[in-house]
Ligand binder design. Structure first.
Ligand code: WQD
Length: 338
């Protein structure tokens, strides 16, 4: 069966492509290469021995999207990763985010609405919860006013899919609300490739560990947590990729109870920034150079998932520990810097 993976050369998209191929699916990737390179295809082939079909295509070009679906009528499922995802950048360039993250979603859904049966997996984020009142966070926690245009595009994306599914029985959709993805494939053939100075914690840690960055700034040491630093739910990207395949198969096999469902995808365990640093020091055997500085505006204190629904209804559970995920991130960093 042919599955379209948009943004399939990106961090989570490439790892999901590997897991789809491992399960025997034929994968076709669309990517505009704005935040990835075709070299990632070589990494995928090195792992699975199968080269996915790749088409460089900007999903903002409606006619190109229409033409693509005319040429690939046999696509039975779409996993939609393609989107801009830098929180800070979205504040400076909101229209770029609304055009790229919302416009493209609408064009994709229009194509799927023409089919009598299609499965759609949407890359959403725990950002939709803002600072949730209760930990761990369940899917019924209220969606709060987004703190950034990026977060708003995830909330709006979910609402657009929900409203479309209400009147389009042919589309079966699942939104996966990711917590904090990290790590790399254990083969170190694919991983996270942040362009420029990494915004996210884990790539900044490994780049500091390898000597590319002088010192990690820990944003805030006065939060109301065990050690004063923020808590997040760090999930191994391979566990996250596997969740996409399980969600897709739920839809392909008609196991979904309604045609729009939402699942949190995390480990269910919260880790503070200092605990993540200690994990790096354990797995690398190196002391990390860091300094606690002022809080980063917009950061929330704590977010970690209640994974009951994903475990019981979706039938998926994260398997890797924080140290295993950190080990894979560190191996990847060393490989990339060779
Ligand atoms: C994690 C913690 C920082 C960098 C964001 C998006 C989310 C998703 C993942 C796309 C926080 C601290 C970080 C640093 C630090 N993005 N930190 N020093 O902000 O939880 O989530 O990225 O899908 O939607 O909101 O992730 O890795 O930026 O930060 O102290 O140099 O690490 O303050 O507490 P975040 P993050």
């Amino acid at each position: 069966m042919k599955i379209l993976v948009t943004g399939g050369l990106g961090f989570i998209g490439s790892h999901t492509t590997v897991e789809l191929q491992n399960k025997g699916y034929e994968v076709i990737i669309i990517d505009d290469l704005s935040n990835s390179t075709e070299k990632v295809l070589d990494g995928i082939v090195a792992i699975t021995g199968k080269r996915p079909t790749f088409e460089k295509l900007d999903l903002k070009e409606k006619s190109k999207v229409e033409d693509f679906f005319k040429r690939h009528q046999d696509i039975v499922g779409v996993i939609h990763f393609a989107a801009s995802k830098a929180v800070g950048e979205s504040v400076e360039k909101p229209l770029l985010y609304y055009e790229n993250n919302i416009g493209t979603l609408v064009y994709l859904l229009k194509e799927l609405s023409q089919k009598n049966n299609s499965s759609f997996i949407f890359s959403s984020s725990c950002t939709v919860y803002g600072q949730a009142d209760k930990m761990p966070i369940t899917e019924s926690a209220p969606v709060k006013a987004a703190e950034s245009p990026y977060g708003n595009t995830k909330q709006m994306g979910e609402e657009i899919i929900r409203d479309t599914c209400k009147v389009t029985p042919g589309i079966n959709a699942i939104a996966l609300r990711y917590f904090n993805p990290m790590g790399a494939h254990p083969s170190a053939e694919i991983g996270e490739l942040p362009i420029g100075v990494p915004q996210n914690l884990v790539p900044f840690i490994t780049q500091t560990g390898i000597g590319l960055r002088e010192q990690l700034s820990v944003f805030g040491g006065d939060y109301p947590t065990t050690d004063g630093t923020c808590i997040r739910d760090y999930i191994h990207v391979v566990d996250l990729a596997k969740a996409h395949v399980v969600a897709l198969e739920r839809l392909l096999n008609g196991k979904n109870s309604e045609n729009y469902e939402v699942f949190n995808v995390g480990t269910g365990t919260g880790s503070t920034v200092l605990e993540v640093i200690k994990s790096f020091e354990r797995v690398s055997g190196k002391k990390l150079n860091y300094k606690i500085v002022d809080r980063r505006p917009g950061d929330i204190t704590s977010a970690y998932a209640d994974t009951t629904k994903a475990n019981k209804v979706l039938g998926w559970k994260a398997e890797s520990t924080l140290d295993e995920a950190m080990k894979s991130a560190w191996l990847w960093e060393q490989k990339v810097r060779k």
